[in-house]
Ligand binder design. Sequence first.
Ligand code: C5P
Length: 292
Amino acid sequence: MRTTVRSFAKLNLDLRVLHKRSDGFHELRTIFQTISLHDAIRIELDFAKRTQIDVSIPIEIEDNIVVRAAKLILDELKLRAWVRFFIDKRIPLGAGLGGGSSNAASVLLALPVLAGKSLPPETLFRFAKILGSDVPFFLHGGTALGLGRGTELYPLPDLPAHHALVVSTGIHVSTPEAYRSLERSLTSSDDSPILREFQTIAWTLNGSRLEQLPLKNDFEEVVFRIHPQLAAVSRKLRRLGAKLVRMTGSGSAVFGVFSSGEAVRQAARSFPAEGAFPVRFLTRSQYRRAWK
Ligand code: C5P
């Protein structure tokens, strides 16, 4: 059995870190958005006496989330198989674009189908949460509200298919370090100004122009302080006419939303070609269609 699937990247249009939780994670409020930038994963599966999972990927990745996802699925289905993944990596790694998380979700969605089986959504969701905080979002895609660890998800109305330029400098930001440097306390309050502002955004997202919303990423301050080059990329995107500029996740990719595809292509010329990705926002139905 063979198939090739597309594994899309995400942006965090807004990301607030409220407080530390007793489980070691942080309580978040975020708005996720899938974008057209994607990896292609070819999956080959042959039933076998002994399970073997091989991943062919042009770059070195330490903790292979794809293998872990495949093991969870095969164990759950009580299947033994030789599974080969060939990943054509286009999403920059460690950039806050969810590349690894998206690959893992792709495996959770594709492998049961390829094996001629199906698993209930609750099982896929449970596995996604084990694999990482961003993985559950990629089971759904589109525009979504993420609460808790980022794994409690609610659909938001589709945003228009905005044109954006994602700029990746190759700087690697450690996610746990970025969280630590925020120095959030263990105490929580449901009446913080952060929450009030975030609620306003969630209520007005539909029907407002993105540039009119007070969108924010709490990581920008600390990450831009450590890597001033990212603040420079952000300023440059603004100078080039982007109407909204934000960092995604804990970085390091920075994106600018422009008014047209032509404006994005023009802005892209001001950055090194290997680190500039013209993209469009992908709605939930486009995401699902890509999956079919
Ligand atoms: O779940 P994921 O593997 O993406 O998380 C990586 C690290 O980021 C966690 O080990 C934790 O240090 C931090 N994190 C956090 N709060 C979240 C998500 C991630 O503190 N909501």
